[in-house]
Design a protein around this ligand. Structure first.
Ligand code: IMP
Ligand code: MG
Length: 176
């Protein structure tokens, strides 16, 4: 597929993504049966995943968002900055972090420390995608949708310079 001069090769089809989301939703619904967790979406990339995931849940839940920045174009800057904090009170609550992708692991580390400072009742980390070959993590990720190769991917919420988020599946981006 061609898009604005880039070649896109599909890595995950719409159906594969939706099937995995059903499984993740079932797992979360069972884990938090009779609880009302707060799902915290990491903006901007996780907004489509979060929207699909909450509609597949069988339990009641609340939602909030956090926004961080560590990327420019397709390169990580190595530092994480908080752009928008959560507004919900999470002390004593079951918190579920919803990420689009874990690359170096820097962003999720920052979020985990920040959430734990507020002393939630539990903290569960869910990511749609993980690049295990590059992620440098000293804690486990509770739920991983798919492990992928260390390549730059776009679509289904994931961007390249804020574009291509609207693409319905996940594609590897190839530059000329
Ligand atoms: P990390 O801090 O290196 O783990 O990077 C996390 C953030 O970088 C993700 O939440 C994404 O917003 C962005 N990112 C990392 N890899 C990709 C990619 O392949 N495509 C699009 N965004 C990415
Ligand atoms: Mg992100």
């Amino acid at each position: 597929m061609e898009f604005h001069g880039y070649t896109l090769t599909q890595v995950l089809a719409k159906e594969e993504i939706q099937n995995r989301i059903s499984e993740i939703a079932a797992e979360l619904s069972e884990k938090f049966h009779n609880e009302v967790p707060i799902l915290i979406g990491v903006l901007n990339g996780s907004f489509i995943f979060l929207a699909d995931l909450i509609r597949a849940l069988d339990i009641d839940c609340e939602m909030d968002f956090i926004k961080l920045a560590s990327y420019h174009g397709d390169k990580s800057t190595g530092t994480v900055r908080l752009r928008k904090d959560i507004s919900a009170e999470i002390t004593g609550r079951h918190v579920i972090i919803i990420e689009d992708i874990i690359d170096s692991g820097l962003t999720i580390k920052f979020i985990k420390d920040r959430m734990n400072d507020a002393d939630p009742k539990s903290l569960t980390i869910v990511t749609l995608l993980l690049k295990p070959d590059v992620a440098n993590l000293d804690f486990p990720i509770d739920i991983v949708g798919f492990e992928i190769a260390p390549e730059f991917v776009v679509g289904y919420g994931l961007d390249y310079d804020q574009k291509m988020r609207h693409l319905p599946a996940i594609y590897r981006l190839e530059k000329e």
